[in-house]
Ligand binder design. Sequence first.
Ligand code: ADP
Ligand code: MG
Length: 373
Amino acid sequence: MNAPVLDIRDAVKTFTSNRSLFGAPTIVRAVDGVTLAIEDGETFAIVGESGSGKSTLARMLVRLIDPTSGEIRYQGRDIATLRPAQMRELRGDLQFIFQDPFSSLNPRMSVGRIVGEPLETHTDLGATERRAKVAALLARVGLRPEHAERYPHEFSGGQRQRIGIARALASGPSVLIGDEPVSALDLSIQAQVINLLQDLKAEFGLTLVIIAHDLAVIRHMSDRVAVMYLGRIVELASADALFSEPLHPYTQALLAAIPEARRGERSPRHVLRGEMPNPAAPPAGCRFHTRCPFADDRCVAEAPPLADAGAGRQVACHHWTAISASGAAYRPPVPPPMRPATERRFALYRDAARLRQPETERKPAEEKTDANT
Ligand code: ADP
Ligand code: MG
């Protein structure tokens, strides 16, 4: 096991909102005691329904927001306690890719300035060298050097996300954090951007932390997966283990909800019931008990800790061993399902050479000739 590059200890982030007219301010514990070590060079995924605290956690990892309490250690140093000058040095190491490529790029800045700005902050390069470096970065993400003169609105969503990735790469980061980096893109573009990220990860030896909605994407690209529910991690495992033998009832319900999971041993008790509770008033005990088919009195009264489940796995459930032993657990079909359309998407773009071309110029797959092979 590699040394952790990011070591998160009991991180908590609360938000206070004053929206109710008379009542006391509402406090949302968006992240409520997360302890987690992200290893150097791995692709670590965070999944969970909307509102479970994924973005808040991801933003704390790069100090876009400060934790309310707890530690976020990067290479052994707690980034929340660093002074601005020290933090500036680290900023280049920890880079973030935003979900929405339409709002995350400054519309008044040329692409050259957007990508070149981190070079001014984090390197000693002169103007000419910076221009050359920007051109190289644009080429590396599949854009053209002359795109540096243009403005964000002239590009498609996929191209803008490539610009965002080029900017993130400019400072020579060791950790790249993507908060649903492809969710806003057309399906046909998603796999291209995912594959680009994987190429870059291999080329630059990056650690990738990725939040994604599409479980097929997670399965395709990640080494380990953390499942979050109402601010807490409920399960952590290798992607292989998680997708073949989910232990937590919530993970089971998430996997059973994938359409092609219908081929598997799904029973009504594996269908995720009801809505997620209000994060400002989470259930006592196990937070999942209100939706869990296996919950009993103990679950209502007592929160299960995230405990070792063997083979490097962790699960926060009082009853996971009994559920597994009784045969009531959901088991995804073997091999775990990947939507045929998703499979095709990845197959279509697996050719790494083609990824380096701008998507607008790429020929449809049918026109590709394989005359020499
Ligand atoms: P996810 O990314 O998993 O959808 P978030 O981290 O965005 O979850 O949000 C977790 C919870 O924290 C949600 O209930 C959300 O409404 C709340 N939250 C997030 N950011 C803020 C904020 N800036 N102010 C108030 N509440 C917030
Ligand atoms: Mg989010």
